[in-house]
Design a protein around this ligand. Structure first.
Ligand code: MG
Length: 250
């Protein structure tokens, strides 16, 4: 019975635009019951839902390594459940590699502001080690808009600036679809990304053109699953992170 309903709806969907198919005349004809989405227990106050991979809960760096030498992380582990960039120690990244993900991450710029423009609390969240969502203290601090907080660096200006005051915690909730490459290494589908900054939509399913370069055009070398990377911009950013989790899909 259930399968029959599902099949009939499939036929209807496939036949959309086909004039000779009779329009469904009952509610049941357009309702289906399979496949059933899995049940997930949501977290509270930004805590991880039941099927998330927790990458950082404040207790250790076990899920992380130095991007430079794949060795120990030298960033600062704080007593309040956060970590802070250790200046000039280099980027860090997850040991685990990911494709398409839902990502939750929280970040904070120092309350005592220092530096201007791109040199004020600059860090970044890199999907697959290549594609940066900019982290920056833009409060009373102007810069090029395609490099401001929430930008897909030098590719997509955010739809809004939704930062909290310096020294308070921001959230990024990100939906990321990895790019696809064919057997010859040619990109057949661009990555896409949606970003909510403090629950405000700032990137709406935009297409990532390639690597987010400081100088030059985006590059599209083929790659598979890759790490989530956090940036040490090397100018005493003082940026902190906490409560980082992902859900993999596809
Ligand atoms: Mg950055």
């Amino acid at each position: 019975m259930v399968l029959g309903i599902f099949m009939s709806v499939s036929v209807c969907v496939q036949a959309q635009g086909n004039d000779h198919v009779t329009e469904p005349a009952t509610p049941e004809a357009t309702e289906f019951y399979k496949p059933v989405p899995k049940t997930v227990v949501p977290g509270s106050h930004n805590s991880a839902p039941s099927d998330a991979i927790v990458l950082f809960d404040g207790s250790n760096f076990d899920a992380w390594e130095s991007s430079k030498d794949k060795g120990k992380v030298n960033w600062l582990l704080n007593t309040d459940g956060s970590m802070t960039v250790k200046d000039k120690s280099g980027n860090i990244q997850t040991k685990r590699k990911f494709g398409s993900v839902q990502l939750h991450i929280e970040w904070r710029s120092p309350k005592e502001v220092r530096g201007i423009g791109q040199h004020r609390a600059n860090s970044g969240v890199f999907l697959q080690e290549r594609y940066e969502v900019q982290v920056l203290d833009n409060n009373d601090n102007e810069t090029y808009v395609n490099g401001q907080v929430g930008a897909i660096y030098k590719q997509h200006v955010p739809l809004a600036k939704a930062s909290v005051p310096s020294g308070e915690w921001n959230t990024y909730d990100i939906i990321y679809h990895a790019p696809q490459f064919n057997a010859n290494g040619v990109k057949t589908k661009s990555a896409t990304i949606t970003v909510l900054h403090n629950n405000v939509l700032i990137q709406d399913h935009v297409e990532i053109q390639g690597t987010t370069e400081y100088i030059g055009w985006p590059k599209n070398e083929p790659h598979g699953k890759a790490a989530l990377m956090l940036q040490d911009h090397g100018d005493n950013s003082g940026v902190s992170y906490r409560n980082i989790w992902v859900r993999e899909f596809r």
